[in-house]
Design a protein around this ligand. Structure first.
Ligand SMILES: Nc1ncnc2c1ncn2[C@@H]1O[C@H](COP(=O)(O)OP(=O)(O)O)[C@@H](O)[C@H]1O
Ligand SMILES: N[C@@H](CC(=O)OP(=O)(O)O)C(=O)O
Length: 453
């Protein structure tokens, strides 16, 4: 039995939905279908989720946003019309969205989550109607009825352990299950969404709960590539990758699969197959527990920008017990999370996402570190990009860091910092954001030219 998930790009228009239908019915093992909201039809288009956020934000400011509302309903309308679905399908979506937008706004975060989730909820209803219209036994399943319970963290939910047992019952559901991705319900019965792109997480939770043989994740590329295809044209495809490698790469910038979607499948030992809706016969990428290390030390190179580093130096810092704790306490007081913390004898750097660090927060933190920790120097460097080189083979290969830094030097990229992940399957290079592409290209050339992945 298979659980399949289709991303927004696979559900952006009627033509894509027709492909989705063919894929699902071509294999009787495909029992549960998790769907996203309609995504971009082309590079300039806007995802329905983004339109919903825009619309909800206006309503929260007491303004009706008719343009965004019509754009949202229009997306479902054009799909339904082209698929010749009964008019009631879109009328139902229009009425329920309007009602939702006008509902209680006393808790803005909960309101926003409910509006965001409607993108997938309405799409699941439309897709179930389409499957039925085509004469297939399929029905929409509400995550609340199915028991998809999550923590009460708006826009950042985590599944609760009891969820998995409840979802097992879906195996007995008559016909194909059409399930909206991206959200669950807290213990009070309120909608809470996962973080952005979280329908991948729903798919993984469902696959785990239903004890599927495989979780197929359909998107718009033939495979997970060894590097972002927007940086290198036609990069090498990854045939097999471990959960751990994929999690590191997803977190560091491989947006094709959500990093939090790996754990449920991993724990249940379910392989994940990333496939292309437009080329469904291609094998795609298998994410598995173990793989043969046949492709050299590195399997992928991911990158992301928007980081800052807080550099702190103090003579004899290495001997000062509690320095790290006190430094992190200051960050905690400002509710900041950090990504990496490379350190030396007399200095330590904390790398964090820049969007958390407004200028006034930066000023206050620097002042506190200087005053409370008596640091000799505190410097904040903004606009950094992190390049993450990942591969299980790195553990057994000597000289990988040297090869990477030589490649960067050849390309004229200055390395601001290096950090070897404690798991030894990853290595991070911090560079100026303006050097990100050049750095990734240089490292790709070094590790992948002439390698069959
Ligand atoms: N290493 C990578 N391999 C494949 N795709 C990647 C990679 N890094 C980034 N991407 C991007 O991820 C996109 C697919 O993810 P996304 O747009 O979220 O799909 P979906 O709509 O199916 O959820 C690809 O079109 C590609 O641009
Ligand atoms: N629609 C949601 C959830 C999601 O997973 O979407 P997609 O499959 O298009 O990445 C978002 O945009 O965040």
């Amino acid at each position: 039995m298979k659980v399949v998930k289709f991303g927004g790009s696979s559900l952006s228009c009627a033509e894509q939905l027709a492909k989705v239908f063919q894929i699902v019915v071509s294999d009787p093992e495909r029992k549960a279908v998790v769907v996203s909201a309609p995504g971009k039809r082309d590079a300039e288009d806007t995802k329905v989720t983004d339109l919903l956020i825009e619309c909800a934000a206006s309503y929260l400011q007491g303004k009706e946003d008719n343009e965004a509302f019509e754009a949202i309903v229009g997306r479902y309308e054009s799909i339904a019309k082209e698929l010749q679905l009964p008019r009631e399908v879109v009328e139902g979506i229009r009425a329920s969205l309007l009602q939702l937008l006008n509902s209680d706004r006393s808790n803005p975060q909960k309101y926003m989550d409910a509006v965001k989730a409607s993108g997938e909820d309405n799409n699941a209803k439309l897709i179930a109607a389409y499957f039925q219209f085509k004469g297939v036994e399929a029905s929409y399943v509400n995550p609340k009825d199915a028991g998809l319970l999550v923590t009460d963290e708006p826009g950042n939910a985590q599944p609760l352990p009891e969820t998995y047992e409840s979802l097992y019952r879906l195996r007995e559901h008559a016909g194909i299950v059409i399930f909206p991705g991206f959200f669950g319900f807290n213990e009070e019965g309120e909608i809470v969404t996962f973080s952005r792109s979280g329908s991948d997480i729903t798919g993984s939770i469902l696959a785990s709960g239903m004890r599927a043989d495989v979780y197929e994740n359909f998107t718009d590329v033939d495979a997970v590539y060894s590097v972002n295809p927007n940086i290198i044209r036609q990069p090498k495809e990854i045939i097999e990758i471990t959960y751990r490698e994929m999690r590191e790469l997803s977190y560091a910038g491989f947006s094709v699969f959500h990093d939090e979607a790996l754990m449920p499948a991993f724990r249940a030992g379910i392989p994940v197959n990333v496939k292309n809706t437009n080329q469904p016969d291609k094998p795609g990428t298998m994410i598995v527990k173990e793989r043969k290390l046949t492709n050299g030390p590195v399997i992928g190179i991911a990158s992301d920008d928007g980081f800052s580093s807080i550099y702190v130096s103090k003579y004899l810092l290495n001997r000062e017990i509690g320095f790290g704790r006190r430094l992190l306490n200051i960050l905690e007081d400002f509710h900041l999370s950090f990504e990496h913390m490379p350190s030396g004898i007399d200095d330590i750097s904390i790398i964090l996402r820049q969007q958390q660090l407004s200028e006034s927060v930066e000023e206050q933190i620097v002042q506190r570190i200087k005053e409370e920790l008596h640091a000799d120097d505190v410097k904040v460097q903004r606009d950094l990009a992190l390049i993450m080189m990942v591969g299980e083979g790195m553990r057994e290969t000597v000289g990988t860091a040297a090869r990477a830094s030589t490649a960067l030097a050849r390309a004229g990229v200055n390395i601001e910092m290096i950090n070897q992940g404690s798991s030894e399957v990853s290595m991070m290079f911090g560079v100026k954001a303006g050097d990100e592409r050049k750095a990734v290209q240089a490292m790709y050339e070094e590790f992948f030219a002439g390698v069959t992945v």
